[in-house]
Design a protein around this ligand. Structure first.
Ligand SMILES: Nc1ncnc2c1ncn2[C@@H]1O[C@H](COP(=O)(O)OP(=O)(O)OP(=O)(O)O)[C@@H](O)[C@H]1O
Length: 347
């Protein structure tokens, strides 16, 4: 870390994380607007006075982020930048009196979360376009023994309106495969069950299978505009329902998964396995990319909602028939209302 005692104006481009200059933000950048806020820091759109380009500044307050943590996030982001589907981080980092700052390319269409219509989701075509690119970015990370650990739509930036260019970002939680970390945060729908199960401060070994689970949940969110569950915990009725099907305890597919084809359900069964070691790999999505993912029309044939064994539960059959005729059951109505409030709370 170094100050600039001689008062000679210095370019932020001379400052790197190993040689951190103390600069005044407004001497070098025109701050245009705030792009987003995270748990600790914020990201702003700024114009660099020296080059005239619009860039994104990630600003992390020293009160919450240690120099070592800042350097780790910056170094990882910079190291991963060469991949087409990972946000470009420039070799520019500096400190102000109160914050650490680094510079990234600006994404004109913001993050993916804002582009997923609540309760509707995105089209199958757009979802496939996004999933292919994120799979490539994650496969690149995993091949370098790195685990992202925070896969969610808020961490995917959109550079083209038709989603032909999206990039993964936010490597603040990323760690080497096998690193032992302690559980500190609560769970969100993307958190894998093995981490939901851990108690606060419990030691956890970082694994790419955690990214696989979050990637599966991400796909569900993109295609439906809903979360599949609140927590991947057996006490969550939606997760419990799914896991009963996933473990083949029942052949009946839970209602919120019925818009997907058997082929896509095969992928979900592997991606969202409760045992991390049994999950498939992110790159396996390529085996499913040319299949239909969404059922074309509603069917009145109950067996279409089952795997391969006939379920003789008459109540379930009745529920399916009602759904086929567009009649919402009480359970479904409650489920839908709950999903809506969850989605609103999250946005
Ligand atoms: N390069 C960028 N271009 C456009 N918008 C951006 C860019 N970087 C970040 N954002 C916006 O700012 C938000 C917060 O960014 P980011 O996730 O990096 O912050 P964070 O403090 O690490 O958040 P978290 O608490 O999720 O770790 C993003 O969700 C996105 O909407």
């Amino acid at each position: 870390m170094s100050n600039n005692p001689s008062n000679i104006p210095r370019s932020p481009r001379l400052s790197t994380p190993d040689n951190l200059l103390q600069l005044c933000l407004r001497d070098h950048y025109d701050i245009l607007r705030e792009l987003g806020r995270g748990t600790y820091g914020k990201v702003v759109l700024a114009k660099c006075r020296e080059t005239g380009t619009n860039i994104a500044l990630k600003i992390l307050p020293k009160t919450h982020v240690k120099l070592k943590e800042f350097q780790r996030e910056f170094n990882l982001s910079y190291f991963l930048s060469p991949h087409t589907n990972i946000v470009d981080t420039y070799n520019v980092a500096f400190e102000t009196r109160v914050s650490f700052v680094f510079v990234q390319e600006f994404a004109p269409f913001g993050d993916l979360f804002d582009l997923i219509s609540p309760q509707e989701g995105m089209s199958e075509k757009d979802s496939k376009t996004v999933m292919k690119q994120i799979s490539s970015a994650l496969d690149f990370m995993h091949s370098k023994q790195l685990v992202h650990r925070d896969i969610k739509p808020e961490n995917i930036l959109v550079f083209e309106k038709d989603f032909s260019k999206v990039k993964l970002m936010d490597f603040g939680m990323s760690r080497k495969e096998g690193t032992i970390v302690r559980k500190v945060n609560g769970s969100i729908p993307y958190t894998p069950p093995e981490i939901c199960d851990a108690v606060r401060n419990e030691s956890i070994s970082v694994s790419s299978s955690g990214d696989m689970f979050a990637y599966g949940v991400l796909l569900f969110c993109m295609l439906t505009g809903n979360f599949p569950w609140e927590n991947a915990d057996i006490s969550d009725i939606y997760y419990n329902e799914f896991i009963q099907w996933q473990r083949r305890k029942t052949t009946k597919i839970p209602s919120q998964w019925r818009k997907f084809t058997p082929r896509l359900m095969r992928f979900f069964r592997k991606a969202l396995d409760c045992k991390p070691e049994r999950r498939c790999e992110v790159k396996d999505i390529s085996k499913y990319i040319n299949d239909n993912w969404l059922r074309q029309t509603k069917t009145s044939n109950d067996s279409d909602f089952e795997d391969d064994v006939t379920d003789s539960d008459h109540m379930d059959k009745l529920t399916n028939i009602l759904q086929d005729h567009g009649i919402e059951t009480k359970v479904d109505k409650r489920l839908r209302e709950r999903r809506i409030s969850e989605w609103l709370l999250a946005s």
